[in-house]
Design a protein around this ligand. Structure first.
Ligand code: BGC
Length: 736
């Protein structure tokens, strides 16, 4: 009887279905519309809006979804994709349900939908937010044409532990670089208004500190101080919120004893009250149910209660809100107002997307949008900006196009599947260009001697002889080694950072021939490659470079593009150094200081193999003339830092100018340096450019003993370089 009464009560308010409000409607109009819809919804329909159910892995609809859509009990679906399938399920909601509220289709569009771009760690290595923005805007156009209007990206978790497989999905170890990439991703996916054609709503995940998993073991416990949360883990999320991200995802991990999916401090106090986020929070996959495994809920009812009370609006996959929601409201454990608020946030996103007006995707548009020549050209060009030249003795690279014969060796040389990396959306191996294919296309007249050599993992060296012969017979050898794409990503943590299997031995066998070679690395995390760094003549880090990866790497190896990327994460010498990151504290006995007993190791140097921010170019650059607009400022003042950068070599190339700061003596210990500005510049030979950064109080401050953000008087060291090590130095005084 109840639903009927509700219907009668609002019979004069318009048609039985939801009214459409133009996506450009004002916030107030949208809120009014939501209020009138809420007034007509039964509690079951409200709870239905809070449910997200998964389709099959390959994007098909499951029968339960159709049934719930017809009943108006399905807010969102993940994985169902493609114009045809999304339209079919949407029709069930729009034509058959009582209130005709559209379903929001979600998918992990992480580094591309069908045209796959480099993995996010690689995109961050570009140190060029426009790379991320452009890639994600192509991804958004493809996804929305396929009916997907919500992506679970960007993943903005800071990761200081490369054992953690999901380090590949984020921007690495630094909050400043991470924040810049987070904002760029939100702009790319959402544009200025995500109701616009070709735009989708983004999701900042995983809120929060998921990357701090103990031991680098995925899903593991995290213990992070509030200061470290605020200074290291929060900033990329804050940047996403400031850029207008529509949604956020609560993480799997527990944080100081409270799972992030039941954490009212992070979900409500920080996200809602401090940051004024008015979007929607979805749980991670089954994370509401997992509150029982965490041991903070005795049963499903308590799990639903804790997640709802803490501020998780939508439940992904598990169905405890729907099973226990009515009961929780009836027995007074969850106020109806809490449910209404969660539903309001879900509907707000649907209205803002313009979903009520445009619920369906168009097959014709989908066919015209996916994997176009323009998208492929963008993928190729952007990929070249993500490569990092780690070593280049005696200008081994770039290679000469006149080479008559080239050996292409290694287990990843012809691996198109790995090229598209983990979390590859609707990307297909068949679309991807392997390194071997890229080299063949680049030098059609040369003799290419391909040999796999060995597998990525395993003990066999049976292929070594053929590989050595190929190298012996060729003018130059390109060795493609690293990890296969399935060695990083979710639930794919490693205990070792060494090159897996027999790959190091393969490199050593090729090295022993005395013939020239270069190592091309493909991997989703920093690797400990001490021997290679010491002995191999050239190393190019290419991550997993996407659909056009093989062409982009060939462009770079042959000098059609300059490898101007920089490491977004520290490369350790050994896994035993982990966690190792550039913005560490000094300690009371810093390495290199006077004390005999210093903070280090007895068996290896304490320093990284390659530091954060490091990367070479085919040309050389020089920084000079570091100048500050003022020597001293007030705590609320700002200062401009200028520096000249010149290309002193003979080729055009890119340099990334990086600004670091150290608060020398403060009321709490501060990092030895913190990135506060960067700019990637392209310069012709002999060309120079003046680069400027502005430091404002937000850059100079930190959280004091009472967790207040303060700028304290004192001396700041100002460092400008082309890596987190070395560079020019000056100082700045902050005075009252
Ligand atoms: C992952 C999320 C992802 C979700 C949906 C979860 O297992 O942790 O990052 O968005 O699945 O695929």
């Amino acid at each position: 009887m109840a639903p009927c009464l509700l219907l009668l009560a609002c019979a004069g308010a318009g048609p039985a279905g939801a009214q459409t409000v133009s996506a450009t409607a004002s916030d107030q109009e949208i809120e009014n519309q939501i209020s009138s819809l809420l007034a007509r919804m039964t509690l079951a329909e409200k709870l239905g809006q809070l449910q997200q159910l998964n389709g099959t892995w390959d994007g098909d609809i499951r029968p339960e979804q159709v049934q719930r859509a017809r009943q108006g009990l399905l807010g969102s679906v993940l994985y169902v994709r493609g114009a045809k399938r999304t339209t079919e399920l949407q029709r069930a909601a729009m034509n058959e349900s009582r209130l005709k509220i559209p379903i929001l289709f979600a998918f992990d569009v992480i580094h591309g939908y069908r045209t796959i771009f480099p993995v996010p760690l690689g995109e961050a290595a570009s140190w060029d937010p426009s790379v991320v923005e452009r890639a994600d805007s192509v991804a958004a156009a493809e996804a929305s044409a396929a009916g997907v209007r919500w992506t679970f990206a960007p993943m903005v978790d800071i990761a200081r532990d490369p054992r953690w497989g999901r380090i590949v999905e984020g921007s690495g170890e630094d909050p400043f670089l991470g924040a810049a990439m987070a904002a760029a991703a939100v702009r790319g996916f959402q544009g200025t208004n995500y109701s616009s054609p070709g735009k989708i709503v983004a999701c900042a995940k995983h809120w929060v500190a998921y990357g701090a998993a103990e031991g680098g073991r995925d899903y593991n416990t995290t213990e992070v101080s509030e200061r470290t949360l605020r200074e290291i883990y929060f900033p990329p999320f804050r940047a996403a919120v400031d850029a207008g991200v529509g949604t956020a995802m609560s993480a799997f991990n527990d944080l100081d004893g409270i799972p992030c999916t039941a954490n009212s401090f992070t979900l409500t106090d920080v996200l809602r009250k401090e940051w004024h986020f008015d979007g929607m929070v979805v749980s991670d996959w089954n994370a509401v149910k997992e509150l029982m495994a965490h041991g903070v809920a005795a049963d499903g009812e308590e799990a639903a209660e804790r997640a709802l009370a803490a501020g998780v609006d939508m439940e992904m996959v598990s169905q405890f809100y729907n099973v226990y929601g009515e009961q929780l409201v009836k027995n007074g454990k969850i106020p109806l107002a809490t449910i209404d608020q969660a539903v309001r946030r879900v509907l707000r996103i649907k209205y803002r997307l313009g979903l009520f007006e445009h619920p369906y995707a168009d097959k014709g548009l989908e066919d015209a949008t996916l994997l176009t020549a323009t998208n492929l050209t963008a993928a190729r060009k952007l990929a070249t900006r993500t490569f990092v030249l780690l070593k280049n003795d005696r200008e081994t690279l770039p290679l000469n196009r006149q080479l008559k014969s080239i050996a292409v060796i290694g287990p990843l040389a012809d691996d198109a599947q790995s090229m598209i990396g983990p979390w590859n959306g609707d990307g297909r191996k068949e679309d991807a260009v392997s390194l071997l294919a890229g080299i063949r296309a680049k030098l059609p007249a040369a003799k290419i001697n391909y040999a796999r050599g060995c597998d990525v993992t395993g003990d066999s060296r049976a292929g070594f002889e053929q590989a050595v012969n190929a190298a012996e017979e060729s003018d130059f050898t390109i060795l493609a080694v690293g990890e296969s794409a399935d060695m990083s990503g979710e639930a794919h943590s490693r205990s070792s950072l060494d090159l897996p299997g027999q790959q190091l031995a393969l490199i050593q066998a090729i090295h022993a021939t005395g013939k020239p070679y270069a190592v091309v690395l493909m991997n989703g995390r920093p690797l400990s490659i001490d021997w290679v760094a010491t002995n191999s003549p050239a190393i190019l880090e290419t991550w997993f470079a996407g659909t056009q990866g093989g062409n982009a790497i060939a462009d770079t190896l042959f000098g059609d593009a300059d490898p101007g990327g920089k490491l977004p994460v520290t490369f350790p010498r050994s896994v035993g150094q982990v966690p190792i990151y550039y913005n560490h504290k000094n300690t009371g006995r810093p390495p290199g200081g006077d004390s005999e007993d210093f903070s280090g190791y007895i068996d290896i140097p304490w320093t990284p193999l390659y530091p954060f921010g490091y990367g070479l170019s085919y040309t050389q650059f020089k920084l000079s003339n570091l100048q500050l607009s003022a020597r001293h400022i007030r705590p609320d003042g700002s200062v401009t830092i200028g520096v000249a950068v010149e290309n002193t070599g003979h080729r055009a190339g890119d340099e990334v100018v990086q600004l670091y700061l150290q608060d020398v003596a403060a009321s709490v210990t501060r990092p030895v340096k913190e990135l506060k500005g960067f700019e990637r510049v392209s310069l012709r030979p002999g060309e120079s450019r003046h680069v400027e950064f502005t430091l404002a109080p937000g850059d100079l401050g930190f959280y004091d003993q009472t967790m207040r953000f303060v700028v304290e008087p004192g001396t700041f060291k100002v460092m400008v370089g082309t890596s987190s090590e070395g560079g020019l130095e000056s100082s700045l005084e902050v005075r009252q």
